[in-house]
Design a protein around this ligand. Structure first.
Ligand code: IPE
Ligand code: IPE
Ligand code: MG
Length: 238
């Protein structure tokens, strides 16, 4: 895989994979069929992203708000995530991928938490794609959890609130240690963040497409990258 890698000019891509339900509805299939197809697309996009030269990929798999869906759908999504953690154990070895789950995993079933720990630990030293999966993730929740940990450290005298910098605060985030996303992609035509990485995406480029997530592929990813490369990132300068 490594020898074919291109250099697409960006390091970190974040994706809100949306539209699984509508994809299934169009085909008169149950919503879960859309999620199953969506999860196959994730596996392919990880490979494509790495081959295009992307180092970090972060995808939104389940939000803190998605618990409000019908129980059967939540259960089906959790089962897909279970399966994903298991199959990724072997795959991450083969393709040298490092996997990290972001979000509050403490609310997930114990066996899923265990599979996540196992996958994270077994892939921790891999040097290929750094893949982050957001599960029970909410940006406001992440900021609040970071603030709580910070407050505890401040109470112990480990940090000084007066001298705190953005870099120090960011160390308390789930995504600490890796650069902010350069590009956010959202599929299915919605143009909102839905609580995804609000701190980290503060200066990212945003790309929206009507393509539904189960139809997303390497060509669509290349279109998003081409859009990114056409932008002038000024970061407040001129
Ligand atoms: C995105 O697809 C996947 C998750 C939120 C888990 P949706 O399930 O939101 O699909 P639509 O938006 O209903 O089409
Ligand atoms: C965002 O999609 C969450 C994930 C992709 C996991 P939703 O479909 O849940 O977002 P809303 O409800 O349209 O904002
Ligand atoms: Mg949706």
């Amino acid at each position: 895989m490594a020898e074919e890698r291109e250099n697409c000019g960006l390091q970190h891509v974040a994706i809100i994979m949306d539209g699984n339900g509508r994809w299934a509805k169009k085909r008169f299939l149950p919503r879960n069929a859309g999620h199953a197809q969506g999860s196959r697309v994730v596996e392919q996009i990880c490979e494509d992203a790495y081959n295009l030269g992307i180092k970090y990929l972060t995808i939104y798999a389940f939000s803190t708000e998605n618990w409000t869906r019908p129980k059967e759908e939540v259960d089906a999504l959790m089962d897909l995530l279970r399966k994903y953690m298991k199959t990724s154990l072997e795959r991450s070895k083969k393709n040298n991928m490092r996997v990290r789950v972001i979000g509050d995993v403490s609310r997930l079933d114990a066996d899923l938490q265990e599979s996540i720990r196992e996958l994270e630990q077994s892939s921790a030293n891999n040097t290929g794609l750094f893949f982050q999966v957001a599960i029970n993730y909410g940006g406001r929740d992440e900021i609040l959890r970071a603030a709580k940990k910070l407050a505890q450290d401040a109470a112990k005298g480990k940090v000084s609130p007066e001298q705190l910098t953005q870099e120090q605060f960011y160390r308390y985030f789930d995504t600490a240690d890796i650069p902010y996303p350069d590009l956010l992609i959202r599929t299915s035509g919605e143009k909102r963040l839905s609580n995804f990485l609000p701190w980290q995406l503060a200066y990212s480029e945003f790309y929206f497409t009507d393509v539904l997530w189960p139809d997303f592929n390497k060509k669509e990813l290349q279109k998003a990258i081409a859009y990114y490369n056409s932008r002038d990132r000024r970061f407040g300068g001129i």
